[in-house]
Design a protein around this ligand. Structure first.
Ligand code: DC
Length: 224
């Protein structure tokens, strides 16, 4: 049976994962967070005291990095070589390292098959930077979600402020600007909307307003 794939791309903090999770719940599809895959590679790189810029060493360790998603008590968790890293990959240090390692072509091709295989097996909502352009060019619906840099940094700040990873708004804003630059200016699979993506700027939206808008778009494109 052919599976239905929905691609959500956009910069950090645009609300892709909240949207993709909500959409997957409403449609009964599986949510796949591809950023978690790049974060997992970055986690393994840092655990081995390798610099995220050390392309040669990173290429060598890739075959030893086994990343998988598993459901534990109904919640999707990410595992690297059997270790549950779901929370550990959310630090700012990992965010910056993930942005650097994701520009390495071998890292991208290493994760490409994994993402495509998951999409072949089940109906999914997948979010990332290159889902509509590279990973799933035939996705039934492609959304490019964005918002102003200030809105995005504010949302990340609110998400993190009561956690052990809390940092100042300014620090989040600066690292977001740097990641936006890395992600959109890299040579391979840069962050950009697919030609057939629907652009949605959700600056000032409440989370459910984004989901409601996208559910209407999805409903007009596929039979749900
Ligand atoms: O979505 P995120 O913030 O968890 O992503 C972490 C990093 O991984 C981000 O800086 C860019 C990279 N990434 C990517 O290059 N391609 C994807 N499909 C998903 C994430």
């Amino acid at each position: 049976m052919k599976t239905v794939n929905i691609a959500i791309d956009g910069p950090a903090g645009a609300g892709k994962s909240s949207l993709a999770k909500g959409l997957a719940r409403c449609l009964g599809y599986t949510y796949i967070d591809t950023g978690a895959l790049y974060r997992s590679v970055a986690y393994e790189v840092l655990c081995r005291n390798i610099s995220p810029n050390d392309v040669e060493q990173i290429k060598q360790i890739l075959p030893e990095v086994k990343v998988s998603f598993r459901h534990v008590d109904g919640v999707q968790r990410v595992f690297v070589n059997g270790e549950d890293v779901s929370e550990k990959i959310r630090t700012n240090e990992i965010s910056s390292a993930a942005s650097i390692v994701s520009a390495i072509p071998e890292v991208r091709s290493f994760l490409l098959d994994l993402q495509r295989n998951i999409a072949k097996e089940q109906n999914i909502v997948m979010d990332g930077r290159d889902i509509g352009t590279v990973v799933l060019p035939d996705a039934a619906v492609k959304i490019f979600l964005t918002a102003s840099t200030q809105d995005r940094a504010k949302r990340r700040f609110e998400e993190q402020k009561d956690t052990e990873h809390a940092v100042s708004y300014e620090e989040i804003l600066n690292s977001m600007l740097e990641r936006d630059k890395n992600d959109s200016e890299r040579d391979i699979a840069p962050l950009k909307p697919a030609a057939d993506a629907i652009l949605l700027d959700n600056s000032g939206f409440q989370p459910n307003e984004t989901l409601d808008s996208v559910l209407k778009i999805v409903g007009s494109r596929i039979n749900v």
